[in-house]
Ligand binder design. Structure first.
Ligand code: FAD
Length: 386
């Protein structure tokens, strides 16, 4: 183990991602943010490096690796641009991962090799105008008609949807059964009856693109249902919980970028003959930011290692997500404060970090949902795991 708590192999991987991010993402991150357009060539470039295939077996075009590697990838990409990390994450860890875990051999062969090669891009849609934090409120309906399902409804705030080639969608197949009446479908973009709105304007994550997907009598073949009818979403929830660890990684990476920016500004911003780090307030703020971020990373690593060890990671993943994303918001706010007016300018990295951070507390289960999960574990087993 190295002093970063990583094996030699993990350090080598981290350094290779770090070098790519410094060369390929950091220099353009602010420009992409302002243009509000995702640089789609990054799918092909990261696929060529094997990063889209992390966690996927080789027979579907994957490159192996596990949760720790994926957490490292998320943290390093997010250090360059959380918006870029978000687009890659939705494609791999949600859309492609749902096909891997729920799909038949034929469905995997049909979608995954091209997806993991970065040639066809996916999005994941469960949120709707009436369904967000409460996942039981999905109302998009899929009615069976012979060899097809007819989809009606809409999916809101769907990342990657403006350019996605395929959409992994949650829809009700038996409204009377609640969560146990929801199935998952992979829908090709060119299916008649599928319409994607113009991209939305957002506070942050500028380079990531999102829109609404409307289904108006869209006929989807039965062969595009992923997993068992009615139980697909319940199954998906079990396998897609790794997203919380990825979100924690995003929080750590984005927070580190903000810390680095604050450190750079405060150690070069002169007042008279001395940099403003001569003030104890500045030094202590930076020290607290670094300490919290390291704690967040250790929680993230712990949750990822539990996954790899086959342990019960549910509570650890929620703790990591909750702490890392709230820490990220705190750190980005402090970084902007320390960077003063220069940080407040539209060209500065500090203001981008400040706008990007908040959504990490909202997506992949809001902080309140994580606290509910942690409390459920607490009520069951007290504090015995500590
Ligand atoms: C940038 C961005 C990208 C996104 N990308 C995707 C995507 O690719 N796919 C997708 O499906 N969705 C996506 N979403 C939507 C995301 O899934 C939802 O925003 C999220 O699930 C929260 O739902 P909501 O926004 O409707 O909040 P609401 O459900 O309206 O909740 C509002 C507030 O009330 C609190 N609250 C709600 N219910 C409870 C409760 N039971 N207990 C305590 N507090 C509660 C919440 O914690 C929150 O603070 C994205 C959103 C954003 C902003």
């Amino acid at each position: 183990m190295t002093d970063a708590g990583l094996s030699e192999e993990e350090v080598t991987f981290r350094d290779s991602v770090r070098a790519f991010v410094d060369k390929r993402i950091v220099p353009d991150a602010t420009r992409w943010d302002m243009a509000e357009r995702y640089p789609r060539e990054l799918f092909l470039e990261t696929a060529a490096l094997g990063w889209l295939g992390i966690g996927f077996p080789e027979d579907v075009g994957g490159s192996g690796g596990g949760s720790v590697m994926y957490a490292i990838l998320c943290a390093e990409l997010s250090r360059g641009s959380a918006a870029i990390a978000l687009g890659l994450y939705v494609h791999t860890a949600l859309a492609a991962s749902a096909i891997l875990h729920l799909g038949s051999a034929e469905q995997k062969a049909r979608y995954l090799p091209e997806a993991l090669a970065g040639k066809r891009i996916g999005c994941w849609g469960y949120a709707e105008p009436g369904a967000g934090a409460d996942i039981a409120c999905v109302r998009t309906r899929a009615r069976r008609e012979g060899e097809y399902y007819v989809l009606d409804g809409s999916k809101l705030y769907i990342t990657n949807s403006p350019f996605a080639d395929f959409m992994v969608i949650v829809a009700q197949t038996d409204p009377a059964r609640g969560l146990k009446g929801m199935s998952v479908f992979v829908v090709d973009r060119d299916t008649p009856g599928v319409r994607v709105s113009a991209p939305f304007k957002k506070l942050g994550m500028g380079a990531s693109e999102m829109a609404e997907i409307v289904f108006d009598g869209a006929r989807v073949p039965v062969g595009n249902r992923l997993g068992i009818e009615h139980l697909g979403f319940i199954e998906a929830l079990k396998v897609l919980t790794l997203g919380r660890i990825a979100s924690a990684g995003f929080g750590v990476g984005l927070g580190r970028a903000a810390l680095e920016e604050a450190l750079r500004y405060t150690s070069t911003r002169m007042q008279g003959e001395a940099p403003i780090t001569r003030h104890q307030f500045v030094r202590f703020t930076l020290a607290d930011m670094a300490t919290r971020l390291d704690a967040a990373w250790q929680l993230t690593l712990h949750a990822a290692r539990l996954v790899e060890a086959g342990g019960d990671y549910d509570c650890a993943a929620s703790m990591a997500k909750l702490f890392a994303t709230e820490t990220c918001t705190h750190v980005c706010e402090r970084a902007l404060h320390l960077c003063g007016a220069q940080g407040y300018m539209r060209e500065s990295a500090a203001q981008r970090f400040y706008r990007d951070c908040k959504v990490l507390e909202i997506g992949e289960g809001t902080s309140e949902i994580q606290r509910e999960t942690i409390f459920r574990h607490l009520a069951r087993q007290g504090s015995r795991w500590v």
